[in-house]
Every structure is written in structure tokens, then in C-alpha cells.
Unconditional design. Structure first.
Length: 138
């Protein structure tokens, strides 16, 4: 009786681990800086990815296509630049120089890497920048 109970428990544990591994396998999204991706873009093609960088000044282009906002811009970090394309809503803090994390996939277009974003988030500049640290916790 004890042997069969141990065997069933072992099978249940192995099945649970296998199910967790299988379900999480397709949902893993790596977080990388623009410069890390650009220098080794072949490693990241068509994989779920979040890319962090800053919006290059003057690079934002927004158009309405079929009643949807389509946007492209350039993210940069440490001298490396990557074109990002996407559609849909944008964060309020999205503008030239904004610190942005784009979520999506890296593809090749005409031999060059382009990031197809499915989501954007922009970090807000701190309204406390320059404030005395003690005043933050009053």
C-alpha cells in the first residue's frame, strides 16, 4: 500500500512539473537593452522580447491607417539604434527622449532588424527629481 501511494505521489509531482514547464514555455519574454539586441540580433529573431531604450529625438512617426494609429520610432542605447513599429494606444509619457520598454518580437525587414511592438510602456520623469530626499517621506 505504501509503495503504490509513493508511486502515485511521484507520478503526480512529475505530471505537475511537466504541465508547468509546458505552459510556461511559450510565455517567456526576455528583457534586454537595445544595444544588447542590436549587436546579436540573430539570437533574438522571432522570440518574445521586451526591449528597453530611449526614443531618439525626431524619430516618432504616427499615421492613421484603416482607423488605427500606426507608429514607428527609433529606440537607442549606447550608440545602438533599433526601429520599432507598432499600433494602438501609446503611454502619456511617450515622446522624444522618453525611456521606453517595448514588448513584441524582432524580425528582419530588408535585411535589417526591426522590432514589431505589441505594447509600449514609458517611464515618467520623476516629479521628485532634484527634491530633497527627506521631503519624499514626510
Amino acid at each position: 500500500m505504501k509503495t503504490s501511494r509513493k508511486l502515485l505521489t511521484s507520478i503526480a509531482i512529475v505530471a505537475a512539473v511537466a504541465l508547468l514547464w509546458y505552459s510556461a514555455r511559450g510565455h517567456v519574454s526576455h528583457y534586454k537593452m537595445v544595444d544588447e539586441v542590436v549587436v546579436a540580433y540573430g539570437d533574438w529573431l522571432d522570440r518574445p522580447l521586451r526591449i528597453h531604450g530611449w526614443v531618439a529625438a525626431g524619430s516618432i512617426d504616427e499615421r492613421i491607417v484603416d482607423q488605427q494609429v500606426v507608429r514607428s520610432f527609433v529606440l537607442e542605447e549606447k550608440g545602438q539604434r533599433l526601429v520599432v513599429r507598432g499600433s494602438g494606444p501609446k503611454p502619456d509619457a511617450f515622446r522624444d527622449g522618453a525611456e521606453v520598454v517595448a514588448e513584441g518580437r524582432l524580425v528582419l525587414e530588408s535585411g535589417a532588424p526591426v522590432f514589431l511592438a505589441t505594447g509600449l510602456s514609458a517611464k515618467c520623469p520623476s516629479k521628485y527629481e532634484g527634491a530633497h530626499r527627506d521631503r519624499l517621506f514626510d
